[in-house]
Design a protein around this ligand. Structure first.
Ligand SMILES: Cc1cc2nc3c(=O)[nH]c(=O)nc-3n(C[C@H](O)[C@H](O)[C@H](O)COP(=O)(O)O)c2cc1C
Length: 182
């Protein structure tokens, strides 16, 4: 089992690419939440054993998908005994608009992490916010609290932005570093 687990939902495959990039950076186990909002008992065991949990969901209607929320509600079982206390947490989200209220999704991940008495890790990345900045720069969406990706509504999962994937990968690297330190 890996020290870091990436748990995510993706309806149409875009956020899956982002999750894979985070997992690559963190050398993490990937756990996909199913279309019915379920994970297996073995997946729960992985989460219980992890030092760090990185959460991901597309932003749907300004928040996590209902499948992710079903997982979050099911995590109340771990919450009752504070099983995940002092684990490291981080998050990422992807949506169509450049903004699209992605911050609400990241904010929800942070709330969930605090309910589990965890330690939140942000991206630690400076934003690409100069006149010369482009969408080919790392962290061009300026995510401090979590890694952000924007996938235009008419784009396929194979067309996700490489710089956003690199932003995701770097979040994974950072979380894995902290998992070793803590
Ligand atoms: C039900 C639904 C709600 C959505 N709500 C938002 C939204 O609030 N903001 C936004 O920018 N995009 C929104 N989108 C677009 C998705 O976030 C976008 O298509 C994303 O790439 C989907 O990721 P996925 O392929 O991992 O499911 C929504 C899409 C769906 C299907």
């Amino acid at each position: 089992m890996s020290a870091v687990v990436v748990i995510y939902h993706s309806g149409y495959g875009h956020t899956k690419k982002q999750a894979e990039a985070v997992a690559e950076g963190a050398k993490a186990d990937l756990v996909a939440i199913s279309e019915s909002g379920e994970i297996t008992e073995a997946d729960w065991d992985k989460l219980d054993a992890a030092k760090a949990i990185i959460m991901g969901s597309p932003t749907y209607m300004g928040s996590v998908s209902w499948q992710f929320k079903k997982f979050a509600d099911a995590s109340s079982k771990a919450w009752f005994t504070q099983k995940w206390k002092d684990k490291i947490f981080a998050g990422f989200t992807n949506s169509a608009s450049l903004n699209g209220d992605k911050a609400s999704t990241i904010s929800y991940f942070m709330t969930l992490s605090m309910q589990h008495s965890g330690i939140w890790i942000g991206t630690g990345l400076m934003p690409a916010s100069m006149k010369a900045s482009t969408r080919s720069d790392v962290n061009s969406l300026g995510g401090f609290s979590g890694a952000l990706m924007s996938s235009p509504a008419d784009s396929s999962a194979d067309e996700v932005n490489p710089a956003d994937l690199e932003t995701a990968r770097l979040l994974g690297v950072r979380v894995a570093d902290f998992a070793v330190k803590v």
